[in-house]
Design a protein around this ligand. Structure first.
Ligand SMILES: Nc1ncnc2c1ncn2[C@@H]1O[C@H](COP(=O)(O)OP(=O)(O)O)[C@@H](O)[C@H]1O
Ligand SMILES: [Mg+2]
Length: 257
């Protein structure tokens, strides 16, 4: 496992400077959680780490280094708020989309090897959806669809996972279940999770940061005590949640706390 370090990272869309001189370390095998108001630049930061900002009109600077001195390219899986499932493809085909895309067969389905199919089915088992392998996404609930997206992420088997508000679209109870499941199944990977939900960040994060302002800056990390996923009955978690909510609210109103 390896740390990922951003040094003096900056990004501007044309003249619109989103952040500059940002320093951040994603610790190997840990979850880093990032909170912040809408439009502050969270997704932009994630896209920059994923190497998706090398475009005209986007100016970047700074560096992103891995502790093992290897490039980050090819070592990242991505999971977003929209499950992005293909509506015409079965759950199994959705879980193996990466294999299909890399097979370069645009119009014909690639045949999975027996190993690939076994692996996909065993991952579906782990997310509790083995019985749904041949269903279409439209026949699943929102929580089940996000579990398919999680299975697809696991199928990619990358050491780094970037998650952009992955559980924002599901109800509170489903969200808690998905948090527990992701925590268990992504253990040992280096995760950067963006969320609007302070409790989610505090349950799952080893380091919790708040991105705020324009250009955006990171606050010091909060490191909640105890093992993840942290229990809702943990009173220190509730106290931290109160502090974080207060901080987020003041930032929304343009004050610094
Ligand atoms: N491709 C783009 N081109 C120009 N501006 C963009 C682009 N993507 C995002 N922005 C702007 O950058 C700012 C940060 O966006 P974003 O990273 O999506 O915020 P967040 O994820 O925190 O809600 C917003 O003001 C948004 O309008
Ligand atoms: Mg966003």
């Amino acid at each position: 496992m390896f740390d990922i370090t951003l040094r003096k990272a900056g990004l501007a869309y044309g003249d619109n400077v989103i952040f500059q001189d940002l320093d951040l370390t994603l610790k190997a095998g840990q979850w880093t959680c990032l909170l912040g108001g809408s439009g502050v630049g969270k997704t932009t930061l994630l896209r920059m780490i994923a190497g998706l900002t090398r475009q005209k009109n986007i100016n970047t600077r700074g560096e992103i280094c891995c502790g093992d001195n290897q490039p980050l390219t090819g070592r990242i899986a991505w999971m977003s708020q929209q499950d992005s499932l293909l509506p015409w493809a079965t759950v199994l085909d959705n879980v193996t989309t990466g294999i299909q895309l890399r097979s370069n067969r645009l119009f014909r389905k690639a045949k999975l090897s027996a190993d690939q199919k076994d692996r996909a089915l065993s991952i579906l088992e782990r997310v509790g959806l083995a019985a749904k392998a041949n269903e279409l996404p439209q026949n699943l609930s929102g929580g089940q669809r996000q579990r398919v997206a999680l299975a697809r992420t696991l199928m990619e088997d990358r050491p780094v996972v970037l998650m952009d508000e992955p559980f924002a679209a599901v109800d509170a109870i489903t969200r808690l279940d998905l948090q527990d499941l992701s925590c268990e199944l992504l253990a040992g990977r280096t995760v950067l999770l963006i969320t609007h939900d302070p409790l989610e960040a505090l349950r799952l994060g080893h380091q919790v940061y708040h991105l705020r302002g324009q250009p955006a800056e990171l606050t010091d990390a909060i490191e909640p005590p105890g093992q993840t996923p942290r229990s809702l009955e943990d009173s220190s978690l509730m106290a931290l949640q109160g502090q974080l909510l207060d901080r987020l609210r003041h930032a929304e109103h343009g004050e610094s706390v």
